[in-house]
Design a protein around this ligand. Structure first.
Ligand code: FE2
Length: 186
C-alpha cells in the first residue's frame, strides 16, 4: 500500500507524521509542490503489455498531463528483478540530487521508494501500481528501487537532457533507510 512518512532531516528515527490514505498523502505532498495522483486503467493490462497497450489504457490521463505541463515525450520503462544492470541502475539515483525538469513517473506495475528533502524534513513516499508522482524541478530528492527492482513506469520528459541528475554532494540519503520491500511499514 502506498504510504508517506515524514521525518526530521537530522534524525531518521524521528517520525513526524505517517499517512497511508491516498487523499491525505496527496494533501501533504501538495504543500511542498509535489503532485500525487491515482490513475485507473481504462482497459485490462496483461503483465507483458507493450508500450502502446500501456498508453491506450491511460490515454486520457496521459493527454491531460501532457497538455498541462507541455511534456515533449513520454515512454514506458520496465525493470525486472533479474535485470543484469540492476545494481548500477539502482545506484544511479540513490544519493540526493536535483533535475532541471520535473521528474514525473506513473507506476503501471510494481513499486519504488522516493525521498524528498524539503526544508528540515524528509518525505519518504512509497509508490505502487496506480500512483503518479511529480517531483518539481530543483527539488532535492533520491530514489530507491531496491535490490530486486520490479516496476513498469510511464515517464514524462520536457527536454532530452532534462533528466540528468545534479548531485548535491550531501550524504543524507545514506543516513535514511534503504528500500526493503516487505519491511514493516513499507
Ligand atoms: Fe531524480
Amino acid at each position: 500500500m502506498s504510504h508517506l512518512r515524514i521525518f526530521s532531516d537530522t534524525d531518521p528515527d524521528a517520525l513526524l507524521l505517517a499517512r497511508d490514505e491516498h487523499a491525505a498523502i496527496a494533501s501533504e505532498l501538495a504543500h511542498i509542490g509535489v503532485r500525487f495522483e491515482r490513475w485507473q486503467a481504462t482497459q485490462p493490462l496483461p503483465a507483458n503489455a507493450g508500450q502502446e497497450e500501456v498508453f491506450a489504457a491511460y490515454r486520457a490521463d496521459i493527454d491531460r498531463l501532457v497538455a498541462e505541463n507541455g511534456f515533449r515525450s513520454v515512454d514506458v520503462v520496465s525493470i525486472a528483478p533479474d535485470h543484469p544492470q540492476r545494481e548500477a541502475l539502482r545506484a544511479k539515483f540513490l544519493d540526493e540530487h536535483t533535475h532541471a525538469e520535473d521528474e514525473v513517473r506513473f507506476f503501471v506495475a510494481g513499486t519504488g521508494l522516493f525521498f524528498l528533502h524539503v526544508g528540515d524534513r524528509v518525505y519518504e513516499l512509497l509508490c505502487e501500481q496506480g500512483d503518479l508522482i511529480g517531483v518539481p524541478d530543483g527539488a532535492t530528492h533520491w530514489f530507491d528501487m531496491g535490490t530486486e527492482p520490479d516496476f513498469t513506469a510511464i515517464r514524462f520528459f520536457t527536454r532530452p537532457d532534462g533528466w540528468v541528475g545534479h548531485f548535491t554532494g550531501s550524504d543524507i540519503a545514506q543516513r535514511f533507510p534503504r528500500y526493503e520491500p516487505g519491511r514493516s511499514g513499507t
